[in-house]
Write a protein that binds this ligand. Structure first.
Ligand code: FB9
Length: 376
């Protein structure tokens, strides 16, 4: 076979793309068609360069002069205030945020509940004593001395002063009698009532201790009907969890009048809770040592779309009211709830520690919406 031979046909190979890229690299002008072709082949990428031309301005100075912002005592004493140049006042500058006090959500909800009670004609009871005798906290309420709520697993007992000094002795005798033997149609509990147990000081476990004091005082003068309320801290030595601490704020209302019935209790509860935004109520029989009958209260919460336990209620027993000296036809209807539960629901707080205690985030306190639950 004859050998195949290759021969040179042109003297110089011209690589246009390479030449274009070198011209781009050297910053030479390229026509737009070539630039688009190189861009399409991703051989070049656009870059934006910003340049500034700097020239001397009206206030040009070889070095920055420190302008003063305040005429201070030192300037005046040294005398060099005369040479001072002051910074121009910026009238459009925003002022410093004015620091001010902030109301805690619990206080805002308490204020709203106080308004509801006052609009309903209730008077506030004096609750300015966290320490209370077992007598007023338990015995006066006909709560027997063996009741589990009275032991140290549920109650905080004070060490100093460990016992109370002042009790109305004639009333104490009547309370002792109604616990041991009964009277007023009651059989009593039939146990040996001990004065030393009644004298023990505790942190009040409920504001019903204040209610018992107020009803006793009411019984010491010619009877007039009363509506009382209280909202304050109570203390229970119980297991804590996401929604319970060893203390909470109890809200309590009571109406004292002749011939009141359970219907009146349901009526006043309907009025009260409708002002809290819950008009659909249900009642469930319950037990309290000091009320008979007693009812747990449930309300349908339109926001949560479910029934919520909203409190407890009842009629104080005759064994509590009659030893005080109240007239036989006087009845007392009462109910209670907590301040924390409605506040947690209204402010969408899931864990009570985010609302109350040393771990509260202060920004929640500083920036939380106003609370408007009472009817105008
Ligand atoms: O507050 C409670 N629930 C509640 C109340 C209002 C509310 O508002 C809505 C958003 C608008 C929502 C919820 N409760 C009572 C019911 C439960 O939370 C319960 O689990 C916890 N209870 C506390 C006691 O627990 C140690 C709440 C507290 C309570 C319970 C009973 C009384 C007071 C507080 C009482 C009483 C009483 C009874 C008879 C006579 C006098 C006082």
């Amino acid at each position: 076979m004859g050998k195949q031979r290759v021969s040179r046909k042109i003297l110089h190979v011209e690589d246009k793309v390479k030449d274009l890229l070198i011209r781009v690299q050297d910053g030479e002008a390229i026509n737009p068609e070539d630039i688009d072709a190189l861009k399409r082949r991703k051989l070049i990428a656009p870059q934006t360069w910003k340049g500034y031309s700097v020239r001397k301005g009206a206030n040009y100075a070889p070095e920055r002069k420190k302008v003063a912002t305040d005429l201070t005592r030192d300037y005046l004493q040294r005398g060099d205030w005369k040479e001072l140049e002051f910074k121009e006042y910026n009238f459009s500058a925003k002022g410093q945020p004015a620091e001010s006090g902030h109301l805690h959500p619990l206080l805002k909800v308490r204020q709203q509940l106080q308004m509801i009670f006052l609009q309903m004609g209730f008077e506030e009871m004096p609750t300015n004593n966290f320490a209370e005798s077992s007598f007023w906290n338990f015995d006066a309420l006909f709560q027997p001395q063996q009741h589990p709520a009275r032991d140290s697993h549920d109650t905080f007992f004070l060490q100093a002063p460990s016992t109370t000094k002042m009790l109305p002795e004639d009333y104490v005798e009547r309370v002792k009698h109604v616990h041991e033997i009964g009277g007023y149609g009651s059989r009593g509990y039939g146990y040996d009532w001990k004065r030393e147990d009644a004298d023990k000081n505790v942190l009040r476990t409920h504001t019903t201790a204040v209610s018992s004091r107020m009803l006793y005082l009411l019984a010491q003068k010619p009877f007039v009907p009363k509506r009382y309320y209280s909202i304050d801290r109570v203390f229970r030595n119980e297991a804590v969890d996401r929604t319970h601490l060893a203390e909470f704020h109890q809200i309590e209302g009571l109406v004292c009048d002749r011939g009141l019935t359970l219907g009146d209790l349901k009526g006043v509860l309907s009025d009260f809770f409708s002002r809290l935004g819950m008009s659909k109520l249900r009642f469930k029989p319950a037990y309290n040592p000091y009320t008979e009958p007693s009812m747990e209260i449930f309300g349908y919460h339109e926001g949560l779309k479910k029934w919520v336990e909203i409190g407890n209620s009842g009629m104080f027993r005759p064994e509590m009211l009659l030893p005080m000296g109240l007239p036989e036809d006087v009845r007392v209807i009462a109910w209670g709830l907590s301040l924390e539960r409605p506040t947690m629901i209204l402010y969408k707080v899931d864990n009570i520690r985010d609302l109350f205690g040393h771990k509260v985030d202060l920004s929640l306190i500083k920036r939380n919406p106003i609370c408007r639950i009472g009817i105008e």
